[in-house]
Design a binder for this molecule. Structure first.
Ligand SMILES: [Cu+2]
Length: 248
């Protein structure tokens, strides 16, 4: 992904074009959307950074907000600090199915993670994804599914259920060990970051992919960043199946 087309757009020019006065007043930075993966325009803005001395590996504290300042849950942030890598063998994760919802509705895993899809409902579900090359399906089942699904390719896996159209979920497959998903309030932390300027990717169901960079100074202990995402669309509440899952 390093060096893909579109990187290095001058941030101030982009932001001026978008007429975002507040964002334009922030510090200069490199920023670029990821057109190939983006459902719509998305904007990522650096608001603040803070460094504390004395540590080799730093922690990144992130708050993801929308353009009204509201914290956005279910944002996946990953930092590319080194060569792409798969999860250690045996790494597991799970998405439950409760009350005809995927729970949680968004998870992030490192490539190579085996994800199980237990069904805690008293109805059968038929979980599938058309997201090639991570596509799969688990035919109608109750309780524990027979085999977990190992996701070998970086990208977003959109989940559905063949029985219940309203069930929507996502797995963000990353190829770095440095990632986290924002909870209520839009906050997350990523530990163990080495010094250097690293690519920082963020994905959200309503905003697609964006990327920027994060600078970890050699003596940095904690870096704090606020990332502003502009949802790609704002459909009427009743017409948006994602809203009940991801609304804040
Ligand atoms: Cu179902």
């Amino acid at each position: 992904m390093a060096g893909h087309a579109g990187r290095g757009i001058d941030a101030s020019r982009r932001l001026r074009r978008q007429g975002d006065g507040r964002a334009a007043a922030s510090l200069p930075m490199k920023i670029s959307p990821r057109p190939a993966r983006l459902a719509g325009r998305s904007t990522l803005v650096l608001l603040a950074g803070l460094a504390c001395p004395q540590a080799l590996a730093a922690r990144l504290d992130v708050r993801v907000i929308d353009d009204r300042g509201t914290g956005m849950a279910d944002a996946v942030v990953s930092v590319i600090a080194g060569a792409p890598s798969a999860a250690p063998p045996g790494t597991r994760a799970a998405i439950d199915q409760r009350d005809r919802r995927f729970a949680p509705g968004v998870i992030a895993v490192q490539r190579g993670t085996a994800v199980s899809f237990p069904n805690s409902d008293d109805v059968r579900h038929h979980v599938y994804s058309f997201s090639r090359p991570n596509d799969f399906q688990i035919r109608l089942y109750h309780g524990e599914s027979s085999e977990p699904v190992t996701f070998e390719h970086r990208g977003i896996v959109s989940l559905g259920c063949n029985i219940h159209d309203g069930m929507v979920g996502f797995i963000a497959v990353v190829d770095t060990p440095h990632f986290a998903t924002s909870g209520t309030g839009g906050t997350l932390s990523i530990d163990g970051l080495p010094p250097g300027r690293h690519e920082l990717d963020v994905w959200h169901p309503d905003a697609g992919w964006s990327e920027t960079t994060v600078l970890i100074e050699p003596a940095t202990q904690t870096v704090r960043r606020t990332l502003v995402l502009t949802p790609a669309m704002a459909p009427p509440a009743a017409a948006n199946p994602l809203q009940s899952l991801f609304g804040d």
